[in-house]
Design a protein around this ligand. Structure first.
Ligand SMILES: [Zn+2]
Length: 310
């Protein structure tokens, strides 16, 4: 079936369902939450559930006011580009853990605990509407010193016109800033789709479009069990790798249980953990060291080889 027919069919189904629904509540649920349900995003059931959850978060996060104006800026060379991993020297054993689709009340809080215990800093690509539903969790991520990236408002995959793409990204940037004080320059396209209008807009806005080099596999329909998730990450670990994991978009209890094993395994191999801006900064520094050193080396030993490097 062509995608045009498919979307027509979907519209028909939605219209049928909406008109069939007698209460306003049901029609609202259908029109606004279709994608959240596909994604498994869980909204807070009531204000009281939200309030009791907020009580669980630490006093630290409760007291944050978003006035820090913190800029986790990436080096100029990466702004407006697509990055899959840090290109580092083989002995530079750093790795970046990234968590997508949160903040979510249970999983994100558990992941934060594990990261804190292991003194690991990571990068969280947040969905705008999840930040709206769970602001205290987002605040806690920032309070713990992690970096926050933009993962759009709705997590749509479909092709978007410029105005929609702009709204998806700008609204998310705004709520992240208002909630946590972090001005993010990192964007991760939902589903890794680079051709639906979002990445193009993000590049024009000087975001670093962050893909990944390693998947834990935690969001696959038939995701591996905990030992399999750990094995996936350890198997492909290399200097500069960016690991994709999820703290939202469904039940991520396996990701939570796999995380301590991944961290321990990587530490045993000599890795240390960095945020995405730190990773890109290390690459930028290495490059500038090489550039500065090369004329001296080439002048003294191999004057003709300099050309080969250019
Ligand atoms: Zn996602």
């Amino acid at each position: 079936m062509s995608s045009r027919k498919l979307s027509l069919l979907l519209k028909l189904i939605i219209i049928t369902l909406v008109t069939g629904a007698s209460s306003l509540g049901i029609s609202l649920l259908l029109t606004t939450s279709g994608f959240e349900h596909l994604l498994g995003i869980i909204k807070p059931k009531s204000e009281s559930a939200k309030a009791s959850h907020n009580k669980l978060m630490s006093a630290d996060a409760q007291n944050i006011s978003p006035v820090t104006d913190q800029m986790n800026e990436v080096p100029k060379a990466f702004q407006g580009t697509i990055v899959y991993q840090g290109k580092l020297k083989a002995n530079e054993k750093v790795i970046a853990l990234t968590f997508d689709d949160g903040p979510s009340p249970k999983n994100t809080a558990q992941i934060l605990e594990i990261l804190k215990k292991n003194d690991v800093k990571a990068t969280f690509f947040m969905i705008g509407q999840m930040v709206k539903y769970f602001p205290q969790v987002a605040k806690q991520v920032a309070a713990d010193g992690h970096v926050i990236g933009n993962h759009t408002w709705h997590h749509w995959y479909r092709h978007m016109d410029l105005a929609t793409a702009a709204s998806e990204i700008d609204r998310t940037a705004e709520i992240i800033y208002k909630t946590t004080g972090e001005k993010t320059t990192l964007f991760r396209p939902p589903g890794g789709f680079l051709n639906n209008g979002l990445a193009e807009y993000a590049k024009n806005e000087k975001y670093a479009v962050m893909m990944w080099s390693e998947e834990s596999g935690d969001a696959e329909r038939r995701s591996p069990q905990v030992p399999g998730l750990v094995k996936n990450v350890l198997k492909y670990a290399k200097p500069g790798a960016i690991v994709l994991m999820h703290d939202g978009g469904g039940n991520r209890s396996k990701s939570v249980r796999a995380l301590p094993g991944m961290i321990a395994g990587l530490k045993a191999e000599g890795y240390r953990f960095v945020t995405i801006p730190q990773l890109l900064e290390i690459q930028a520094q290495e490059k500038s060291v090489e550039t500065a050193a090369s004329p001296v080396v080439t002048n003294q030993e191999h004057p003709n080889q300099q050309l080969n490097h250019q």
